[in-house]
Design a protein around this ligand. Structure first.
Ligand SMILES: Nc1ncnc2c1ncn2[C@@H]1O[C@H](COP(=O)(O)OP(=O)(O)OP(=O)(O)O)[C@@H](O)[C@H]1O
Length: 231
């Protein structure tokens, strides 16, 4: 479904992502793991077209996305929940959600009820400004907004980072249910190994901008964890 081949991503002249090749299949819950600064966020930004320069290939259902601007990649089916959430603080919850619908294939402007039902707090605060929500509520808003773009694949950058534990549990369960019950393909950048193990069927570990290991989640052994993940 999502095929990355020899993908490089640059910050100016510095190559932060080096020759990454990975393939994500329909229905996968694919976790991207690795220590701080190994290039996990850069990988997602490269797939989304947010880097100043990229070489290689990003294919979604066979269609080459390299060369397309980010909004066209969103319309092609990439949903994105960025690190820091990217909520528009002066916009209300409803307006933030409507932004997501503009990348959808159909129903522009329609806030689907099933998405609000995933996160009831958003319904309650629908007219509140995004900037007045707590971090956890903003994260729920960012996920809901991405879902309203009707993505083929949802890419999330550390969605549980810095969030209070009761909301973390809720977010984790929603993501697991979206994958298992609705068949949504998910790519998750995550430091929370427990969640990544519980939710994923496949993983890749990055090291210095390259893929060090990838495979089925059962192959994520303690040795690999010590070698690549434990600080
Ligand atoms: N805007 C930028 N300009 C230049 N270099 C950057 C920029 N953002 C990140 N880098 C560098 O690119 C490399 C990869 O960073 P990246 O943020 O992708 O790592 P990460 O694995 O997501 O880390 P973390 O877990 O801390 O979020 C690091 O060496 C980082 O210093």
């Amino acid at each position: 479904m999502l095929e990355l081949a020899n993908l490089d991503g640059f910050y100016g002249r510095s190559r932060a992502l080096q020759s990454v090749s990975l393939s994500v299949d329909t229905g996968d819950f694919f976790s991207i793991l690795g220590r701080n600064g190994v290039g996990k966020t850069t990988l997602l930004r490269t797939v989304l077209g947010l880097m100043s320069r990229t070489t290689g290939s990003v294919r979604l259902d066979g269609r080459e996305l390299i060369g397309l601007p980010t909004h066209e990649r969103a319309c092609a089916g990439l949903g994105y929940v960025p690190q820091g959430r990217g909520i528009l603080p002066a916009f209300t919850v409803r307006e933030n959600l409507m932004v997501g619908t503009f990348a959808a294939q159909s129903a522009h402007g329609d806030i689907a009820e099933w998405v609000l039902e995933l996160f009831p707090i958003l319904k309650e605060f629908i007219n509140r400004r995004g900037g007045n929500l707590s971090g956890g509520q903003q994260q729920q808003l960012a996920i809901a907004r991405a879902l309203l773009s009707q993505p083929k694949i949802l890419l999330l950058d550390e969605p549980t980072e810095g969030i209070q534990p009761n909301i973390v549990e809720q977010i984790e369960q929603v993501l697991i249910d979206l994958n298992r019950d609705k068949g949504l393909t998910i790519v998750l950048v995550e430091q929370n190994l427990k969640f990544a193990r519980r939710a994923s069927n496949r993983f890749a570990i990055l090291n210095r901008g390259s893929v060090a290991v990838d495979g089925k989640i059962a192959g994520l052994t303690d040795d690999l964890i010590h070698e690549h993940l434990v600080v």
